[in-house]
Write a protein that binds this ligand. Sequence first.
Ligand SMILES: [Zn+2]
Length: 382
Amino acid sequence: MKTEKLYETDGMLHTFRANIIETKQTEKGFALMLDRTAFFPEGGGQTADKGMIGNAKVLDVQIVDGEIWHDTDILPETETVDCTLDFDERFRKMQNHLGEHLLCGAIHKLYGYENVGFHLGADYMTFDISGPMTAEQIYEAEKLANRAVAEDAPVRCYVPEDISALEYRAKSEKLEAVAEIRIVEVKGFDRCACCAPHLDRAGKVGLIKIVDAMKYKGGMRFSALCGFDALADYDRRLTEIRRVSALLSAKPHEIALGVEAKLAELGEAKKQIGALKRELSALKLAVIEETDGNICIFDDTMDGNALREFATNGVKKTSAIFAVFSGNDETGYQFVIASATIPLKAKVQDIRAALGGKCGGSDKMLFGHADASKDAILTYFG
Ligand SMILES: [Zn+2]
């Protein structure tokens, strides 16, 4: 490779001077090759660094045919360029990345599982391990990883002289394909083959927090947040808790009790509403006079169940058809039609033709939706 990878030896380097050795025009702008770079190209589950090369904005960095190409918006004015990484973003990635090393190192130490996948997105980090874990085991691994942070061990990246003499964690074959045999060592804690840039001390990772765990392909998939991402997440959660706490008038650490109490209240209220609806329905039926003709009622307070119950009881009021509709002329009507004497299935076609929409059911009861207006429905049931 023509480019010296500065990010491999010093992950904290974020300004450097380099020479442009090749350029080409691309669809989006330009691509540059430098004699040395601290910009990490996309690989191993981590996105490329951004920043500036001279006065040109770095849009992407990729390894193409074994060479590192920096995609830029313009061509820098000079051949020798001062380069600056967007280091806040790089630091955020390194916190999450080294946090993943520490978590996988802890899991390997405690339970012997391997890391078989890693992805670092714009606002999340996931990684996969090769075996199942209980909630208690996850908690123990998380604690051990955070202890390594507290102990602030130095982190060293190097290519060993004799790799066969070294004990280290290797990532899956897929990840290994993009990684050179380069070792990242958290002194006294973990040794892992990896190609990405790393923080120089474990303490810089800050808090490591697993926020989600699920069973995945015989092992586990974890979502975790480290450092400033963990802080931002804590802040978001606290904001939500405060909102819920204010809505419930409950102390922040007692919101679950508050929700339980509200759900119990809601359940009780639903029961009362149900009883009142039945009472109201009985009163509405009581004022309907018995007849030999059809009865057609409109009531837009009724849902499907209420319509059915109303028709079940209302059918006793007539020796013909009892129909009840809920809705309006704009959105149409939901209905139930019942009869104790007239077989209704034979009327389905006729009702569909007259009222539009859908209709189906048994000889005793039809359910459906009508597109016709209230006037047209009343005319039909005469
Ligand atoms: Zn790494």
